[in-house]
Ligand binder design. Structure first.
Ligand code: GLU
Length: 288
């Protein structure tokens, strides 16, 4: 795996819905290696309601420390961009919702992600092909013709309207040149959820910008998200960071590791007597 030191300020952004596994270890170690002296912020991405649990946040911090990863800003060491816990940043996300709504870039859409997936009856994709989004493309026919101006999201999901046919190109620090087409590889995506919380794409862009992240390193399962997020940066008039997507770790049958995958949780390996160095080496990550 190409893992140059870029010296760009990065971040670690675990979602505390389960224990970190070797796939996370690999992505986070690559992030630490590439950032080098520029350092990392640790941000807890806990917007996923009751699935996010404080004990998983504590476990993630413990596992990251055990792996020897270090951050200069985050929940347990402060820093100029605090708080670093997404559930505490609602005001900032609402401000971004307002900017996007004022620009006419987003619209209310009662169709949940699940509705769209069911309508398209697309199978959930758990392969290691990062070009295949796990999500069905939102059918443009479901876009509303008009909608009322709103001062607040108001308990309806809101979607970003993508420019159909637009090719989004970027140079990935690990994968090289990437080209994805709006309306083909991905469609209108949710930026605000029915439960009145920011959706992943909005929250991550709002935070990476506010925290002055210079390079986003994450798993290759988020390649399509990066194309979506580039459209958000453009709509907000912000300069996007650089991006590098680490290859996914797959199990023996070629399925990507999920938090439910047994046996490959970092804490299980530690309990089984593995050293941090052995965990990282076994999964081809650079020493930093
Ligand atoms: N929180 C996400 C995850 O744990 C990562 C999001 C990102 O890196 O943008 O998969």
């Amino acid at each position: 795996m190409v893992a140059d030191v870029t010296g760009r300020r990065g971040r670690l952004a675990p979602t505390p819905t389960g224990y970190l596994h070797v796939g996370h270890a690999r992505t986070f170690a690559v992030a630490a290696h590439r950032a080098g002296q520029a350092g990392l912020a640790l941000r807890i991405e806990d917007l996923d309601g009751p699935r996010c649990r404080p004990e998983f946040t504590a476990a993630a911090i413990e596992d990251l420390r055990w792996l020897g990863l270090d951050w200069t800003e985050g929940p347990d060491c402060g820093g100029p961009h605090a708080p670093y816990v997404q559930s505490e940043r609602a005001t900032w996300y609402l401000e971004i919702w307002r900017r996007l709504a004022a620009a006419g870039a987003i619209y209310p859409s009662p169709h949940s992600r699940r509705d769209v997936e069911q309508a398209a009856s697309a199978p959930h994709d758990e392969t290691c092909d990062p070009r295949r989004s796990a999500e069905s493309v939102f059918p443009p026919a479901l876009r509303p013709c008009q909608w009322d101006r709103a001062a607040a999201p108001g308990g309806t999901p809101w979607r970003f309207r993508v420019p159909d046919g637009r090719v989004i190109e970027f140079h990935d620090g690990i994968c090289g040149p990437i080209r994805l087409t709006a309306g083909v590889d991905f469609g209108d995506f949710v930026v605000w959820r029915r439960d009145d919380l920011a959706a992943y794409e909005l929250a991550v862009v709002a935070d990476d910008h506010a925290m002055q992240i210079e390079e986003v390193v994450r798993g290759a399962d988020l390649l399509v998200s990066t194309a979506r997020q580039l459209l958000l940066y453009e709509a907000l008039g912000w300069q996007p960071p650089c991006f590098a997507h680490a290859p996914l770790v797959c199990d023996a049958s070629g399925r990507r590791l999920a938090k439910r995958t047994g046996g490959l949780a970092i804490r299980d390996l530690r309990a089984a007597g593995w050293s941090a160095a052995a965990v990282l080496e076994r999964h081809g990550v650079p020493r930093h």
